[in-house]
Design a protein around this ligand. Structure first.
Ligand code: ZN
Length: 567
């Protein structure tokens, strides 16, 4: 490809709207074009990389026994209503009416459609297991699209669905996919960590995410350096600090004028925050709910939402708190009735805590559960923290950031039961098919490669997903010998099937080298009057510092060797 003919142009300025590195670099390298918020066109350089990523994914899916098909983006909404997932996806689902007033949606994923296909085609246990996948566009109306290709409203995803006769079969399919995913990330040059995850709107039991550990990542990961426990913050568990039991003292009121926070309370009464009770008010769909937790721990809203089985969970507004008859700032579960109370199990550790008195400017000392108040549910709704105990080995947990690059779920049978996907066992008895689903977004994976592999000058592509392998960079093209040598070499390398980006622009060496670094093509081959003095081409790897002169007669073989040994 001649750079002078490429539809996109590089950009020197850092675009103001881009807050992540991958977004900045993709805009500057002319890889993507935003059409509307969260919707991008992939320009040729990005599209070449995307296709390479998708080929890697395709090869690994096929190797694991996957069969490729293609399902449509347009789906009848009633299919989603039948499984209850229209509600679960809520406003993220793009819905509209066709000309006959039939409700349709743009598929955010394809469980419903594939289950319908299975229900028509699978009859017997002999038809199973099946691993079926496709690579297609998905649509999700994200409330806050951001980060370039990291959070978008239209994206390409590979989704595979597994169908098995029982849980053991599902485990085998799941493990096959975990291995295929590890292979994919390794081939894309990404070290990805497999972490326990929440199932969210997809539903199901076990779920794992693959995370690329990067400080700038928006996902939060809790892991144990001592064993291999790792979990998304939404899901992470920990052994909470255990406080000593003391003799229970009688409750007494204490005046706390103007105090409305745990920190203020702790300072005024000279009690540590882990000796206080914190309450937070929520609206779970239409229900007002109180969550109670020890003062030093934060509430994990994903865990709380899962306990409440609600579609939407949000903090209650001030007006809603007042309407519920609660004295914000001095609230506690003591004496409250008619409101659902969910408590974290941390309130059972520790005695004689300080809590609100449910009247203005007043708190209570020596509050003890269950002596002084009742709750509807007591369970783990806490945010795990670095420094707490590992739930597996008791070691000290650590915290880091990551970018999610894949998500797999054990769905079980709820979709097959709802949509009638059954099989007959050898005894003639009918059972629901046991399902799993496995997704990788190719655009997000591309962004993650850039987030992981770049420097202050630009992208550093791994050979396997680079848009081109060689950046052919002639300097001083007005020199006829440089021009002729470059044109001849370009024609020869193209004929040999090498992937070459030919910088045939009449730009200064500085501009060309800057663009070469920005575009991040793995090998730069420079031809200049100086290298031609020794009939050579200068070769430099984007990932390294050193360059070397290679005689013109050997350059073709040298490049081929560099490409194959680095892919
Ligand atoms: Zn551990």
């Amino acid at each position: 490809m001649r750079l002078s003919k490429l539809i996109s142009k590089t950009q020197r300025e850092v675009p103001a709207e881009a807050e992540t590195i991958s977004h900045q670099l993709m805009l500057r390298a002319g890889m993507i074009h935003q059409v509307v918020a969260g919707v991008y066109a992939y320009l040729p350089l990005a599209w070449r990389s995307i296709r390479k990523i998708e080929n890697i994914i395709r090869e690994e899916m096929d190797k694991a026994g996957g069969q490729e098909l293609l399902m449509p983006a347009l789906q009848p909404l009633e299919l989603w209503q039948a499984t209850g997932r229209a509600q679960a996806f809520g406003k993220s689902l793009f819905t509209f009416l066709d000309r006959k007033d039939r409700q349709l949606c743009l598929g955010p994923t394809h469980e419903e459609v594939i289950t319908q296909i299975a229900s028509r085609n699978v009859q017997s246990y002999r038809d199973l297991p099946i691993l079926a996948y496709h690579i297609s566009l998905k649509f999700r109306d994200e409330p806050r699209p951001r980060g370039g290709l990291l959070r978008v409203r239209e994206f390409t995803m590979k989704d595979l669905y597994s169908f098995d006769v029982d849980e053991d079969g599902l485990d085998q399919s799941y493990n096959k996919m975990l291995q295929a995913y590890r292979n994919i990330y390794a081939r894309c040059g990404l070290p990805a960590l497999c972490v326990e995850a929440d199932s969210g709107a997809i539903g199901g039991k076990d779920s794992h995410e693959f995370m690329v550990i990067i400080e700038s990542g928006e996902d939060e990961v809790i892991y144990c350096p001592n064993c291999n426990y790792a979990a998304n913050m939404d899901k992470a568990q920990s052994i909470k600090e255990k406080l000593p039991d003391e003799e229970l003292l009688p409750m007494e009121e204490v005046a706390t004028p103007g105090i409305t926070t745990i920190e203020g309370l702790s300072n005024l009464l000279k009690v540590p925050q882990n000796r206080t009770l914190k309450v937070v008010f929520y609206k779970a769909d239409d229900e007002f709910v109180i969550a109670v937790i020890r003062g030093d721990i934060e509430i994990n809203e994903t865990k709380l939402k899962n306990i409440l089985h609600c579609i939407e969970l949000r903090l209650a507004t001030e007006a809603e708190v007042i309407e519920a008859g609660i004295v914000a700032g001095s609230a506690s579960p003591i004496g409250i009735s008619g409101i659902k109370i969910i408590a974290d199990d941390s309130i059972t550790s520790g005695t004689n805590l300080v809590a609100g008195a449910n009247k203005p400017d007043t708190h209570l000392r020596n509050v003890n559960y269950p002596r002084d108040f009742k709750v509807d549910v007591i369970t783990d709704i806490a945010q795990a923290k670095a420094g707490e105990g590992c739930p597996r080995c008791g070691g000290k947990l650590s915290f880091t950031h990551g970018i999610e690059v894949g998500h797999v779920f054990k769905l079980g049978t709820f979709l097959s039961e709802t949509l009638g996907a059954f099989f007959i066992d050898p005894e003639g008895v009918s059972h629901p098919i046991v399902m799993g689903c496995y997704g990788i977004g190719s655009g997000r994976l591309l962004a993650a490669v850039i987030e992981y592999s770049h420097d202050d000058k630009g992208i550093i592509w791994p050979m396997s997903v680079a848009p081109y392998h060689v950046y052919l960079c002639p300097l001083y093209l007005e020199n006829p010998r440089v021009a002729t040598t470059a044109e001849n070499l370009y024609a020869d390398l193209e004929a040999q099937g090498l992937e070459v980006l030919f910088d045939d622009r009449k730009e200064s060496p500085g501009v060309k080298f800057n663009d070469a670094d920005l575009l991040g093509i793995p090998i730069r081959a420079t031809i200049s009057p100086r290298t031609l003095e020794t009939n050579s081409v200068e070769i430099k790897k984007r990932s390294g510092k050193k360059s070397q002169l290679v005689p013109l007669g050997e350059i073709r073989e040298k490049l081929k060797k560099l490409i194959t040994t680095n892919s």
